[in-house]
Ligand binder design. Structure first.
Ligand code: OAD
Length: 259
C-alpha cells in the first residue's frame, strides 16, 4: 500500500459491513486529470469567468456565439485528458458492493471513461447537445459537433443546439433527482468526494443520508460545510485515498474468502 495516512480501522469495518454505498463526486475528483474545478480561488473556472455570462439560458440567448465557443473550448480540453486513479477506483468499487450508486455533479464523462456504469449525471453531460427550445437530445450524428459557430437545432426552427448541461436557474431532471435522493436516503455509507458541498440540491443528499443513519465519509484536501457533519474527513486527494480504500477492501475480502 502507498505511504501516507492510513484508513481508519472503524471506517473499514463500516465499509466491509455495508451493502448500500452511495458516492457523490464533484469537480475535485477530476482535478488530478487536469480539469479545472469551479471555486478554486486561483485556478477555478468561476475565478476567471462569470457564470451569469456563460452558464445561464439568458446568456446563451443574449450571446450564443460566446457561450457556444466557451463550451467548445472546454470540450476540446476534455478530449485531451484521461481518468485518474480516483475515477478508476470508483469503477472498481461499483463491483464490490451489492448496491452501489455513483452520483456526479461533473459533466466531463470521465467516470464512464474509467468504466463506471452506474452513474447519475446530476448536471448533465458537456459532450452531448440538446435543443434550446424542446430540450430534445441532439445526436452527434445529426450535427457537426466540432463547429465553432452555434448550430441550429434540427428540432425547432427557432432553436439552437446547446450543451446538455444544467445551467444556473434551471431545474435538474426529476427522474435523476428522485433516484439520487432515494438511494442517498437508503445508504449505509455515503461518500462525498471532491465537492465543495455548496451547490444544491446535490449538497442536501449527504445530509439526508446522515439523518437516515448513514456513515458519511468526506474526501477533500479542504474543509467544506459538510466536514462538520461527516463521520470521517479524509484530508487529501481523491486519487490517493480512493485507491487505498479499494486496496484495503480487496485485502479484507481476500481474507474472508480464505477457508
Ligand atoms: P467546486 O469547484 O465548488 O469544488 C471542488 C472541490 O474539490 C473543492 O472543495 C476542493 O477542495 C476539492 N478538491 C480539489 N482537488 C481535489 C482532489 N484532488 N481530490 C479531492 N478533492 C479535491 O466544484 P463542485 O463542488 O463540483 O455546477 O461544484 C458544484 C457545481 O458548481 C458544479 O457541478 C457546477 C458548479 O457551478 C454547474 O455547472 C451546474
Amino acid at each position: 500500500m502507498a505511504d501516507g495516512p492510513l484508513i481508519p480501522g472503524n471506517l473499514l469495518i463500516a465499509l466491509a459491513e455495508a451493502s448500500r454505498v452511495v458516492v457523490m463526486t464533484g469537480a475535485g475528483v477530476s482535478a488530478e486529470s487536469g480539469v479545472a474545478t469551479f471555486r478554486d480561488p486561483q485556478k477555478g473556472l468561476w475565478s476567471k469567468y462569470r457564470p451569469e455570462q456563460l452558464a445561464t439560458a439568458q446568456a446563451f440567448e443574449n450571446d450564443p456565439v460566446t457561450v457556444w465557443q466557451w463550451y467548445q473550448w472546454r470540450r476540446e480540453q476534455l478530449h485531451q485528458v484521461a481518468p485518474n486513479p480516483g475515477h478508476h477506483s470508483l469503477a472498481e468499487m461499483e463491483l464490490m458492493f451489492a448496491d452501489f450508486q455513483l452520483i456526479t455533479q461533473n459533466v466531463d464523462g470521465l467516470h464512464q471513461k474509467a468504466g463506471s456504469s452506474k452513474v447519475i449525471e446530476l448536471h448533465g453531460n458537456i459532450h452531448r447537445n440538446q435543443c434550446s427550445i424542446t430540450n430534445k437530445q441532439i445526436g452527434a450524428d445529426t450535427i457537426d459537433t466540432t463547429e465553432l459557430q452555434p448550430i441550429r437545432s434540427p428540432y425547432h426552427k427557432d432553436g439552437w443546439a446547446r450543451p446538455a448541461v444544467v445551467w444556473f436557474g434551471e431545474s435538474l431532471p426529476e427522474n435523476k433527482l428522485s433516484i439520487a435522493f432515494n438511494t442517498s436516503a437508503n445508504a449505509d455509507v455515503f461518500f462525498s468526494v471532491g465537492t465543495s458541498s455548496l451547490v444544491e440540491p446535490a449538497a442536501s443528499m449527504a445530509r439526508l443520508a446522515k439523518s437516515n443513519g448513514a456513515v458519511i465519509v468526506e474526501i477533500n484536501p479542504q474543509t467544506t460545510p459538510l466536514s462538520a457533519v461527516a463521520d470521517w474527513c479524509l484530508n487529501g486527494n481523491s486519487g490517493d485515498w480512493l485507491p487505498k480504500i479499494v486496496q484495503s477492501l480487496q485485502e479484507i475480502n481476500a481474507r474472508s474468502d480464505t477457508p
